[in-house]
Design a protein around this ligand. Structure first.
Ligand SMILES: [Zn+2]
Length: 82
């Protein structure tokens, strides 16, 4: 961070400026950014998941419709007959 008093760069974790010995504010803007990201992330993730699901379904559904696989047995034979 930069010292608010003299503008000198100080590595994170320092409480006093190495140049002017003024007390440095501890991580001023990060909590606000995290709140904004936290608000946006659920919707962003939901949209990404929905788009991903649609894309995956599109990738999986297209070849099956074009090529019905002859190797799969019909559903009737799968069920055990008693
Ligand atoms: Zn300073």
């Amino acid at each position: 961070m930069e010292c608010p008093n003299c503008g000198a760069y100080n590595p994170e974790g320092r409480t006093l400026c190495w140049k002017c010995d003024e007390p440095l504010p501890s991580k001023p803007e990060r909590p606000k950014r995290r709140e904004q990201v936290g608000r946006m992330s659920p919707w962003t993730w939901a949209i990404l998941i929905i788009l991903g699901a649609i894309w995956i379904f599109g990738q999986c559904g297209a070849p099956r419709r074009l090529q019905p696989s002859p190797q799969e047995p019909p559903a009737v034979l799968v069920q055990p007959t008693r």
